[in-house]
Structures are given as C-alpha cells and as structure tokens.
Write a protein that binds this ligand. Structure first.
Ligand code: UDP
Length: 192
C-alpha cells in the first residue's frame, strides 16, 4: 500500500476492506506479518519514546486507528480514506477465521476475561480453531512463546496494552509464519 506519514509514522493509505483482503492473503501465503493499529495514544507515545518508535517502524502495516490521525493526514493534504481500527479488524478476522477454519492464539487480559473469552469464541466463532488462550499477566514469556511456536497459529492476537504488546510481538513474531497483531483492550470488550 502507499503510505501517508503523520508524526513520523507511515500509515497505510487504503480502505478497511482492501486492508483485510491483503492480510487474509498473507495469512493464506503463510507470510509473517506484524500489524499495528495505531491510535493517537500510540503515536504520541512513539513520539516521546524513540525505542518504541523504532519498534513500531518494524511493523509491516500501520493503520490509522483514530479520527485524529485522519485529521492530521487531511491537514497535510494527503487524506487517508478511513479509520482501520484494531477492534473492527480483530472481529473481521475472527469471522473470516471461523468461516475458513483458520487457527488463532489469544494472549492477554486477566485470567477471568480469558475464561469468558473462551466461551464467547466457541459460541460466536464456532469454526475458528482456538489453539491457545493465555492471560497477559505472566512473568516468563518463554513457555508461552514455545507454545505459540509449537501450535503455529495462523493469527496471534496480543492484548497486553501498549507498549507491551508491540514489544512482545517484535521480540517473538518470527516463531510463526502468520499474523501478529496487538489489540489493546479488545479481549475485555469481546468477553463482555
Ligand atoms: N494487560 C495485560 N497484561 C499487562 C497489562 C495489561 O494483559 O501486563 C491487558 C489488560 O488486562 C487489558 C489490556 O491489556 O485487557 C490493556 O487494555 P487498555 O485498554 O489499557 O490498553 P490500550 O487499548 O490502551 O492499549
């Protein structure tokens, strides 16, 4: 995709539908992919923390998750078509994953949320192969990463909040041939 740079972050210039198609294509091709759906908080945090900024720039795609980013692009006279949010992208991928019998690993949120999420996924996305569910309050990442590597999920969703989730993904994404995406507080919302 072409990009538009707002506050030193290159955002993909595409629609949510086109973006989803590309991500699905890469999953089918088993291409390792790191997606950041960047809201203004993430962009500002990157602005103030160069190490985090560098890590964001290792993502394959950074999408505009917030009207503030669209406004910024408009001011630069390089408008972006629409928001591409983490929550909408997650929901669309779960639906597609259920229809196509793809596999997913869920890492993050509190143990009670993860327990609830397991039931919601089984009810709402019955075709999805949920190959792992782990809360986000672990001390040692090693056994979790080993589990992800063993399962080889098509999609890993990390709901550890920023900057933790992007750091985790940047450190470990190469153990699979699939998608890795940080989804912030989305598990809490999905679990209801
Ligand atoms: N979280 C986690 N481990 C941590 C800190 C946070 O799993 O060490 C989870 C937390 O339970 C919540 C999510 O990460 O589900 C963060 O949500 P929040 O809305 O604060 O993050 P944002 O969407 O702003 O990145």
């Amino acid at each position: 995709f072409p990009t538009v740079t707002v506050l030193d972050i290159p955002f993909v210039k595409t629609t949510a539908a086109e973006f989803l198609t590309e991500v699905q294509h890469r999953i089918i091709q088993q291409q390792n992919t790191f997606v950041v759906t960047a809201n203004p908080e993430i962009v500002m945090y990157g602005h103030d923390h160069p190490d985090y900024q560098q890590l964001l720039l290792t993502a394959d795609f950074i999408t505009p998750d917030g009207i503030g980013i669209l406004n910024g692009a408009q001011i630069l006279n390089q408008p972006l078509p629409e928001r591409i949010t983490g929550f909408d992208t997650l929901q669309a991928l779960l639906k597609w994953g259920s229809d196509q019998h793809r596999s997913a690993y869920f890492l993050g949120a509190k143990p009670t949320v993860i327990a609830q999420l397991k039931e919601v996924l089984a009810r709402d996305y019955p075709g999805l192969q949920v190959v792992g569910l782990h809360d986000g309050y672990f001390k040692d990442a090693t056994p979790i990463v080993a589990d992800i590597q063993a399962q080889q999920p098509d999609m890993v969703f990390a709901a550890l909040g920023f900057p933790k989730q992007e750091q985790f993904i940047a450190d470990h994404r190469h153990v699979t041939h699939g998608l890795w995406m940080g989804v912030g507080g989305s598990f809490d919302v999905l679990a209801g």
